[in-house]
Ligand binder design. Structure first.
Ligand SMILES: *Cc1c(COP(=O)(O)O)cnc(C)c1O
Length: 360
């Protein structure tokens, strides 16, 4: 069977070119006679893999020297605890709650200190990004936390919050490397890679060096200290070695495609095709405020649950996979990450038009 158009929110589509390359290197990685999966993480060959991956990521995102890049495990969700354990010196932080992932982070932080919800869009089922230009940020907050792209609801911060001088911590899991970013505006940028970069099992943390200290909350496990990983260049223990290798391939693919500006252009083009159709459709409609629309996750509904289910079923039969919305919100969601080709979105819209004509 051939490849489908995979609109999964994560784990998600990867560039075919990368998949072919890692397949080619599966049995014998560049004359080592073994797969990267079988290789010591202390070997020369692996050292080069992880160092090149870091260097390419630094190039792509233009990461300044005073930021560390850490390749860790535990997914994005592990960071929900790791962030307060390492950064809550005053035991207080401000959270902007714009969806389930932000809410989970907010709730986790309450276990370690005072997490204050300074803004939320829960009143309208997270269908917008609240105005964050003048929030009531506690004077002694250690950081302001956001989930920059809300994977489930399909909203995105197009303007970063005014943190009133506090460090900004951002979960970029579902918009990682989708557009250029000014790293200097953040204290911490992190994301699970399985949405836009690589296989599940790796989380990348980009953290300003002054935030990496010995001074963590009492009882913080060694493995959850940024310092131990920073001091050991992500090789304190065995890292998710194969996953990092695949991430490195994707970094090289993005570079070859023209870097993050090119990615943004490509993503804008794809999203426009889908949003333009949703705006003119008499059957389908988008579910979030236009100004806050994500380029990566596009939720939509017909307004009729049975028809939604019929659409998902027929789309699947036609080769469009994973269009069902998140189990908590229903409807449909098309995740159109970096690796989704433009034809995938064009063909999806063609299919939606046909479905509309047949079902209106
Ligand atoms: C998927 C996702 C998570 C959770 O990631 P895990 O790696 O499964 O822990 C957290 N935040 C965002 C924005 C996500 O999209």
């Amino acid at each position: 069977m051939g490849r489908v158009y995979n609109f999964s929110a994560g784990p998600a589509v990867l560039p075919e070119e990368v998949l072919r390359e890692v397949a080619d290197e599966m049995m014998d990685y560049r004359g080592t006679g073994m797969s990267v999966m079988e290789m010591s993480h202390r070997s020369k060959a692996y050292e080069e893999i992880i160092q090149t991956a870091e260097k390419d990521l630094r190039d792509l995102m233009n990461i300044p020297d005073n930021y560390k890049v850490l390749f860790l495990q535990g997914g994005a969700s592990q960071q929900f605890a790791m962030i307060p354990m390492n950064l809550m010196k005053n035991k207080k932080a401000a959270y902007i709650v714009t969806g389930q992932w932000a809410k989970k982070a907010y709730q986790e932080a309450q276990m370690y200190g005072e997490a204050v919800a300074v803004a939320s869009s829960a009143d309208k089922t997270f269908s917008y990004i609240p105005d964050c230009s003048d929030l009531d940020i506690p004077e002694d907050a250690d950081y302001v936390y956001i989930c920059e792209n809300n994977t489930i609801y399909g909203t995105k911060f197009w303007e970063l919050p005014n943190t009133k001088g506090k460090n900004l911590v951002s979960d970029v899991s579902s918009c990682f490397l989708s557009e250029p970013v000014d790293v200097t505006k953040y204290g911490v940028i992190y994301g699970g890679v399985q949405k836009n970069i690589g296989p599940a099992g790796v989380v990348i943390v980009i953290i300003r060096e002054d935030l990496i200290t010995e001074d963590t909350l009492p009882g913080t496990p060694t493995m959850l200290k940024y310092k131990i990983h920073a001091d050991n260049d992500s090789l304190y223990n065995t890292p998710p070695a194969y996953g990092i290798y695949v991430c490195g391939k994707v970094f090289q693919w993005i570079k070859k495609m023209g870097g993050l500006s090119a990615m943004k252009e490509h993503n804008e083009k794809k999203a426009k095709i889908l949003y333009d159709f949703l705006d003119e459709s008499k059957l389908f409609k988008g579910t979030v405020e236009k100004k806050d629309r994500s380029l990566m996750n596009v939720p939509f509904v017909t307004g009729n649950e049975e028809l939604d289910a019929k659409f998902v079923k027929e789309a699947k039969a036609a080769g469009f996979e994973n269009l069902k919305g998140h189990r908590s919100v229903g409807g449909m969601r098309a995740s159109i990450y970096n690796a989704m080709p433009i034809e995938g979105v064009e063909k999806l819209v063609e299919f939606m038009k046909k479905f509309e004509a047949e079902n209106l």
